[in-house]
Structure formats: C-alpha cells, structure tokens
Design a protein around this ligand. Structure first.
Ligand code: DX5
Ligand code: ZN
Length: 229
C-alpha cells in the first residue's frame, strides 16, 4: 500500500543502470525520474533517452516527474521510452486537462504536481483523469533540500479531496510527496495522508560508501517507520 520511490537524481550517474537495479533489489517500489529543463526550473537533468536506457533493467514502474515547460511535446517521447507514470506541474501547461488526456491516451498513468505555493484547486475539475497527485515539499529543482512543514497541512487537505472522491466513485487517487523525505519524518508524512514517498538523498546518500552500493538498510528503516502508522 505504501510506495517508496527513490529519486535517481541523487544516484551515481556514472553507474546509473546498476544504481537502478540495486535500489529495486534493496526493496524500493518505483523509480522516480526527475526531468528538469533549465527553464521551468533552474537545473538540467535527464530526458527520454535515459528513460529508454534504464527501461530494460527493471520491471518496476518508472515515475516520470516533468519539471518542464511546455509539457505536451515531450509526453509521447516518455511514453515510448517506457514511462509508467507521468506527472507535470500545472504552471508548465497552458491546458492542464488536455495534457492529462494526452498522458492517458499515451497509455500512462497521469498526475499533477503542486509546488509549495500552488493551490490544490487545480485538481478539482480533473479528478477523473488523475491517477495521482504529487505534493512538492521543497521547491523543485534540486535534491537534498529541507522538508517544508506546511506540506503536512496541505497533505491533509489533498487527502480530504481524494477520500471524498473515493466515496463518490470507488476510485483511489494516490498522494505522493517529494522533497526532504527521510527516515525521521516519513511516518508523520504518512499520517498526514501520503501513500507514495519520493526519497532521493535519503536513499542514495545512505549507500554511497558501500561497495557494491546497496540500500537495504535505509529502505528497511523507511518501511519500519511506515509500519508504525
Ligand atoms: C526536486 C525533485 C525531487 C528530489 C528529491 O525537484 O523533484 O525528486 O530529487 O530529493 P530529496 O529526497 O533529496 O529531497
Ligand atoms: Zn521529483
């Protein structure tokens, strides 16, 4: 029920294939794939070619987080490259409903991402097209930032919306949180309503001195915290 999605942003890019396989072998559920364009956010990362390269290495879902503007041009490329989930920021698209439909029509699950200051209202009229919502608990652009505490209140508000939707329709929309998630705050974040947890520096930072890089103990520690909720 709880999904742990390590962000490969904090992986060793010189050994990316191994890093993906090791983190899944260590017990992670999804691969979180951060796409930055040096336009919507002030950093530049990886694109569809890298997604395509890691796709054959794992059967775990690839969770593509698009921090790009515009969004639509690149969506089919990620679908072809093997993405399972594609999320984007409403500020990156002129037509949010259309972009969600484009992702679904490409055969992927779709989600909206909310920056710390972005109101949740964007989700209200597109619930039928949402498979998940992603709440940013840092400003997007970099790994290793500190969790913004106001996210907890926002998670409760988002959860109230998805619970009400579930009551009406029987369909569950996942709530994912991204930024500053660690062993010492994941339980509190889960209690506030999240059920999918992105962790970049917390996971990849923990294994970087081991040879080979293994992440079993940090992932077990995250799960042990979740089990307390
Ligand atoms: C930030 C990215 C995050 C980031 C999380 O823009 O979307 O996925 O890599 O990294 P940590 O867990 O280190 O905050
Ligand atoms: Zn992300």
């Amino acid at each position: 029920m709880h999904v742990i999605a390590p962000s490969i942003l904090s992986a060793n890019f010189a050994k990316l294939g191994e890093e993906v396989q090791n983190v899944i072998a260590s017990g992670a559920d999804w691969i979180h794939f951060d796409v930055m364009d040096n336009h919507y956010v002030p950093n530049l990362t990886i694109g569809p070619l890298v997604c395509e390269a890691i796709r054959p290495l794992t059967t775990a879902p690839i969770d593509v987080h698009l921090m790009v503007k515009p969004v639509d041009r690149i969506v089919p490329d990620f679908a072809k490259a093997g993405a399972d989930i594609i999320t984007f920021h409403p500020e990156g698209s002129e037509h949010v409903d259309r972009t969600l439909a484009l992702i679904k029509d490409s055969g992927c699950q779709a989600g909206l991402v909310f920056n710390p200051a972005t109101p949740l209202d964007y989700m209200d009229w597109v619930m039928d097209k949402l498979d998940l919502v992603l709440l940013m608990s840092v400003n997007p652009g970099f790994g290793g930032q500190k969790f913004i505490p106001a996210t907890l209140e926002k998670l409760r508000a988002a959860r109230a919306k998805t619970d009400a939707y579930f009551e009406r329709t029987g369909r569950r929309i996942r709530i994912e949180v991204d930024g500053g998630v660690k062993v010492d705050n994941i339980a509190e974040i889960a209690r506030a309503g999240a059920d999918a947890f992105v962790a970049g520096s917390a996971v990849y930072g923990a294994g970087k001195d081991a040879d080979p890089h293994r992440y079993d103990s940090v992932i077990a520690a995250l799960r042990a915290e979740l089990a307390k909720t």
